[in-house]
Design a protein around this ligand. Structure first.
Ligand SMILES: *Cc1c(COP(=O)(O)O)cnc(C)c1O
Length: 497
């Protein structure tokens, strides 16, 4: 040991009171601490290892050129065997644990009163604190059931950049949404630790300027998906709740990525750095009246959703719609085994070590891209990295769908499937039928949970670096040859120019 090392050890012996455990004598534990102090901080490592692998198919550039042409240059038309790394979505694409699979085997498939239902109900109560619980087959089904009770024609539902299906279920009921997200969320050049936050003044003005009966609830999306997986701070949640209480309005969470949101609170909001994730989650939800959940995200399952809430009267009304749309109230469109796996998944998703691996893997890819000079949205989201196609390929005209062109190139060069969040997604103006050009042309790289390795991230970054280095050669994009009148991005057919 070096002089410095022994001095540090001496210091630690005096300074650090600790109890010995079964593995380390006081001395060896101290020299371990000592090595850590003088050499390097240990990096995080995945708190799991691989028990089963799923092979993915490599292919050649020539094959992929042919396949994407046959798919009419629409990545949704590709079958999964033609994709090497699939970053289309993080929804329902994660890997389950051995404990979840074991719980699948224990699934109780009783129509009524299943043990798996009881397990899930008790877990949801313990993790969220909400008293009443209804399972549904996925997140939008939870919205459909809850909004059938709460949303009426002419209503307005304020929130922070509502998710598409949330907005869809509100507008379908001839009600409208009001986006009260802070302005910083829409400026990719500013750094703000909580870009999902609500502008409290704007929210208060909205609540003030409408009669109470017109506003059934405020909805807070955590993390805010539409703003790029950006979190909401606990301070902001508290302030939103105070405003809602002042105007006697309910506050619901769209909670698909609530655990990732809690991780950002722990790591970015000083006051909560010593709280466990489960404590933060309880605190977040303590400010609301209920939640809708897409379990395909932070539930760590491939399909599922639920509603949890405190008001018995609303719960009772919701059970009627749940039975009509989803199934009996103790299964709601889910198998018993699926409810069991979800109960275990919710516990695993709210552990710090898992979340650190999850969020830092996404950030690892982001940092690698930044190092290569590639323009990405910052700060990085919890579940995805967004490429800024306006800065990446400004040489391709906007009316030739530059973000889509970049997504296609990413597929051809590396077999990586991403998704365009740009002009194609934005659809046409319903009156003029002209393309609506959104401010940002993005390509989203959504990372499935516990699925790909850091080497996959390195591979993705290297593919993008190669594309970036020859970006000036990209001059032409694509033209639409066939499109649906609404939600065209799923089925659009394109031709190369
Ligand atoms: C995915 C998602 C939904 C919809 O859930 P599904 O399970 O896909 O039906 C709603 N809100 C948010 C924020 C989501 O990410």
């Amino acid at each position: 040991m070096t002089d410095a090392g022994s001095r540090i050890e001496e210091y630690l012996v005096k300074k650090l009171p600790f109890t010995t455990d079964n593995y380390h004598t006081k001395k060896s534990r101290l020299s371990y601490l000592c090595i850590k102090a003088i050499k390097m901080k240990l990096p995080y490592a995945e708190p799991y290892k691989t028990k089963m692998v799923e092979y993915i198919k490599p292919s050649t550039v020539e094959q992929r050129k042919q396949w994407i042409k046959e798919a009419d240059y629409n990545l949704f038309n590709l079958t999964s065997d033609k994709v090497f790394i699939d970053l289309l979505t993080d929804s329902g694409t994660g890997a389950m644990s051995d404990n979840q699979w074991a719980e699948m085997m224990r699934g109780d498939e009783s129509y009524a009163g299943s043990q798996s239902f009881l397990k899930l109900r008790d877990t949801v109560k313990r993790i969220t604190g909400f008293d009443y619980f209804l399972p549904t087959h996925q997140g939008r089904a939870a919205e459909n059931v809850l909004f059938s009770v709460l949303v009426k024609e002419g209503n307005i539902v304020p929130g922070n950049s509502h998710f598409d299906t949330t907005k869809g279920h509100i507008e379908f009921r001839k009600a409208t949404t009001c986006d009260c997200t802070i302005d910083e969320a829409f400026d990719t050049s500013v750094f703000h630790p909580f870009k999902g936050n609500v502008n409290i003044e704007k929210l208060e003005k909205t609540l003030q300027s409408h009669p109470k009966e017109k506003i059934p609830f405020v909805i807070l999306t955590v993390t805010c998906n539409s703003a790029g997986g950006q979190p909401v701070s606990l301070q902001n949640i508290k302030e939103v709740s105070e405003v809602c209480k002042k105007y006697d309005i309910l506050l619901y969470f769209d909670a698909a990525r609530f655990a990732e949101n809690a991780y950002f609170i722990k790591t970015r909001e000083e006051k909560y750095k010593d709280f466990t994730i489960k404590e933060i989650v309880r605190k977040m939800f303590s400010y609301g009246d209920g939640m809708t959940m897409s379990a395909k995200k932070d539930g760590l399952v491939n399909m599922g959703g639920f509603i949890a809430l405190n008001d018995e009267a609303i719960y009772k009304k919701a059970t009627v719609f749940n039975i009509m749309f989803e199934g009996f109230i103790t299964y709601g469109g889910l198998n018993g085994r699926d409810m069991g796996a979800l109960a275990v998944g919710l516990d695993e998703a709210t552990e710090f070590d898992y979340l650190e691996t999850r969020v830092e893997q996404v950030a690892f890819l982001g940092k690698q891209l930044v190092e290569y000079g590639i323009p990405v949205q910052q700060p990085f989201g919890g579940h995805a990295i967004f490429l800024d196609a306006n800065k990446f390929v400004p040489t391709i005209p906007r009316d030739e769908y530059r973000a889509q062109a970049l997504a296609i190139e990413l597929y051809i060069i590396g077999g990586i499937r991403s998704v365009e969040i740009g002009t194609i997604l934005a659809d046409r103006d319903p009156f003029t039928h002209k393309n609506r050009y959104p401010e940002l042309e993005l390509v989203r790289l959504a990372i499935p949970r516990r699925t790909y390795s850091l080497n996959h991230m390195r591979y993705i970054a290297a593919v993008l670096k190669n594309i970036y280095d020859s970006r000036e050669e990209a001059k032409r994009g694509y033209t639409i040859v066939d499109e649906a009148p609404i939600m065209r991005h799923f089925t659009v057919k394109l031709e190369k120019l």
